[in-house]
Design a protein around this ligand. Structure first.
Ligand code: BGC
Length: 743
């Protein structure tokens, strides 16, 4: 029958070859519908259910159990998609089984977690977001798609757009941090980058908005834990990035592991049908997370897997990842009248539509091309972009007495710490097909950068974890004989990411003890942090001369850090997440409510006895080697008509002596609302570049959409009243003005 499939597509009308017009688009859509209708008429119920079934290959293992027999299931024509399989040859072989050994020859869809690059690994998403550079983020997704599609992949399980305010949660590393607006902007950029304008383009792939929804708010920061919040908070803080991806035409959604409002997300009709389909009009398909249908049983929501399958499909789930629940029970459930055949048809149609859009019915092997694979992977161009992207992700947290940048004439540097010559951790978690042996360590980066006039005295000092202090004396000696000390400290890559929550988020092991010993020498100490989450580093902040937050920067990390250390690149990253002073402050985030008793020096106000309310570093914070001065804000009017707009401008001047980039951030506060409103909310930003002495006027145009929010009736609208408007260099250091939104 697969031959029939191809003959169907070969009669596509000539109009396909004409220029892109609405008429052409309509004709294509009609043709696609006709093709899928005809195909579905040929399919048995089992074959349709097969399209709703996704299995992992053994090339990578990303969940608790595997299925040995999945190749046999493919042969039965009862599998629609495979994940964790890549390379042109391997995908071609598996595709061949589907195309040549099954009755209908329907091609498989190949998915994978291409999260921050495929072979060329970019910074962890928390680091990518710190660039606040949406063009660069889009380009990173484009490059990832180029590399991944050349290895037979059609579908990435990215972007992960779970807003999170809890650095104990390991998956904060994979996220864009705490802010719904910033996360939504990143989500848009990533979807555009992966999917491009046309999914038929060989270099583009399906994107996935995950994990729907509110997975980033687990109780106590423990992964997979219960989530509970008001619908107002859900809609205003956690859903905006997901809605943004629907607006960008994202192809797929992935359900979350957690329950929300006491219903597991995978069985939530409220999330998957009411919000996603009815309110937002999403047209792609919904895949579960790894065995999350089965997990509705331990959740205590389903009696057994069959019951879970019924709940999942009827709630709006279209594809079962790895759980075999649809495979085992859907046909029975249809026979018993518990699931309608039309629901199966709807899900199968959505999945077949994506296969059609990718051109898989034209040529099922079109993405599995060994020649293209050789050409596309880790090209010099990709690596060059990766280095630039990585240095843009670095955030300068402290720079006392302009310790940085270091001078080229420095005679000796001590490089100390367990992250200094460590390749594996650099590519972080979810590093897909990344090869860590190709990553550039900081030691190597320094050697690449420095001439023979500078002596590098390297000593590991200690491990990332454990109590071993036997390396301390050597590290102290290295520091003692050097002019400057660079300490590379942090977490292992597996200490963040999935199933990697921590209850204490300081530097693990005895790294801080080593730091305390080294600073006693009185030398300038530059701390280079490598980690997947905000750490509690008050002591390091108090004693270090300079601190660079470098996250896990990917393949080119060492070169990128050297670029910043020596001033070849002036750091411009800004924190996408608040750094707490201690874990007791968590959750701590900038867009909090004022409370009825905002903090004052009096007793009965909202504060701690033992720590300030303020964070160590606020959201949006990041220093530069130059300085920027902000003028007062200029408003086009201090009244904004409800259906009109308002311009807010500031002039930013580079008052230092070197070229630099600055992220100009705009926040608002509505003073009184029908529900209590946050004391600040990011609503716009622009990254600008200024030569020394140069000034630039930055203007933001605001309309009611910037001011709207979901009220207690779940209506998204702006409410007339008084607003504060802030523009500044981070969420705390801002200029302020006010305006009124008129009736
Ligand atoms: C993760 C997902 C991922 C999936 C497939 C799950 O454990 O939660 O984010 O896409 O595995 O690897």
């Amino acid at each position: 029958m697969h031959k029939n499939l191809f003959s169907l597509t070969s009669i596509l009308p000539l109009v396909f070859f004409l220029a892109c017009t609405p008429e052409k688009h309509d004709a294509e859509t009609r043709e696609m519908k006709r093709f899928i209708d005809n195909l579905m008429k040929e399919m048995t119920l089992e074959e349709k259910i097969g399209q709703l079934t996704l299995y992992s290959s053994y090339m990578d293992e990303t969940g608790p159990f595997m299925n040995e027999d999945y190749l046999d299931y493919i042969r039965e024509g009862r599998v629609g998609a495979v994940f964790n399989a890549f390379t042109a040859d391997y995908t071609r072989e598996i595709q061949r089984i589907a195309v040549e050994e099954t009755r209908l020859g329907i091609p498989l869809l190949f998915g994978y977690d291409v999260i921050h690059g495929h072979r060329t690994i970019f910074p962890m998403p928390i680091g990518e977001t710190a660039t606040w550079d949406m063009e660069a983020i889009k380009k990173s997704a484009q490059i990832a798609a180029r590399e991944a599609t050349a290895e037979g992949l059609h579908w990435t399980f990215s972007p992960m757009i779970d807003v999170t305010r809890d650095p104990r949660w390991g998956r904060i590393a994979e996220s864009s941090g705490e802010d719904p607006f910033l996360t939504a902007e990143v989500a848009r950029a990533k979807v555009r980058g992966y999917q491009g304008d046309d999914l038929k383009d060989l270099h583009t792939m399906l994107a996935t908005a995950k994990h729907f929804a509110a997975y980033g708010a687990p109780q106590a920061g423990r992964d997979y834990h219960t989530v509970d919040m008001s619908e107002i908070t859900l809609r205003n803080k956690f859903l905006p990035p997901f809605k943004a991806t629907v607006e960008e035409g994202v192809a797929t959604f992935m359900t979350a592991f957690n329950d929300l409002f006491a219903v597991p997300a995978t069985g939530s009709e409220f999330l998957l049908t009411q919000i996603l389909r009815d309110e937002w009009g999403f047209e792609g398909f919904v895949v579960t997370d790894y065995t999350s249908i089965n997990e509705m049983v331990p959740h205590g929501f389903a009696r057994d897997e069959k019951h879970a399958g019924k709940l999942a499909i009827n709630a709006g789930t279209d594809m079962d990842m790895q759980g075999s629940v649809f495979y085992n029970y859907l046909a029975e459930l249809v026979a018993e009248g518990k699931v309608s055949e039309s629901r199966i048809d709807e899900a199968a149609r959505r999945i077949l539509t994506m296969k059609y859009k990718l051109g898989l019915f034209d040529d099922p092997y079109r993405y599995s091309d060994p020649e293209r694979e050789k050409e596309m992977i880790m090209t010099a161009e990709n690596l060059e972009f990766a280095r630039d992207f990585a240095r843009k992700s670095i955030v300068l947290l402290k720079n006392e007495n302009n310790t940085l940048p270091l001078s080229d004439n420095i005679r000796s540097i001590a490089l100390i710490g367990p992250m200094a010559d460590n390749q594996r951790d650099l590519i972080g978690s979810w590093s897909a097909a990344g090869d860590y042996t190709k990553s550039v360590t900081l030691l190597q980066g320094l050697k690449n950068r420095l001439g023979s006039q500078t002596q590098v005295n390297y000593a590991k000092g200690t491990d990332v974890i454990g109590e071993d202090k036997s390396g301390f004396p050597q590290a102290i000696r290295a520091a003692a004989i050097s002019d400057v000390v660079i300490m590379a400290l942090g977490e292992h890559y597996w200490q963040s990411g999935e199933a990697a929550s921590r209850s204490i988020i300081d530097l693990p092991g005895v790294q801080e003890d080593l730091f305390n010993e080294i600073v006693k020498l009185g030398k300038p100490v530059v701390v280079v942090l490598m980690n997947g989450r905000p750490l509690t580093i008050e002591n390091v902040d108090a004693k270090a001369s300079a601190i660079l937050e470098t996250w896990f920067l990917g393949t080119t990390a060492g070169d990128a850090i050297a670029d910043v250390l020596f001033g070849d690149y002036n750091p411009s990253g800004k924190l996408p997440v608040t750094f707490p002073r201690n874990v007791g402050q968590i959750p701590i985030f900038y867009n909090v409510k004022n409370t009825g008793r905002p903090k004052t020096e009096f007793k009965f106000t909202s504060k701690y006895l033992d720590v300030p309310n303020t964070p160590l570093y606020p959201f949006g914070f990041g220093l530069s080697y130059t300085t920027f001065e902000y003028s007062d804000i200029n408003l086009s009017s201090n009244q904004m008509p409800l259906d009109g707009s308002l311009n807010a401008s500031v002039t930013v001047t580079n008052t230092g002596d070197r070229f630099g980039e600055e992220v100009v951030q705009l926040y608002i506060r509505q003073l009184v609302g029908s529900i209590t409103r946050p004391i600040k909310e990011l609503k716009a930003f622009e990254k600008i570049a200024l030569e020394p002495g140069e000034s630039r006027e930055v203007t933001f145009e605001l309309n009611q959409n910037h001011l709207a929010f979901y009220n207690a009736n779940n209506e998204f609208k702006a409410e007339p009243g008084e607003f504060h408007l802030f523009i500044g260099t981070n969420s705390e250091d801002v200029k302020k003005t006010s305006f009124t939104l008129m009736e």
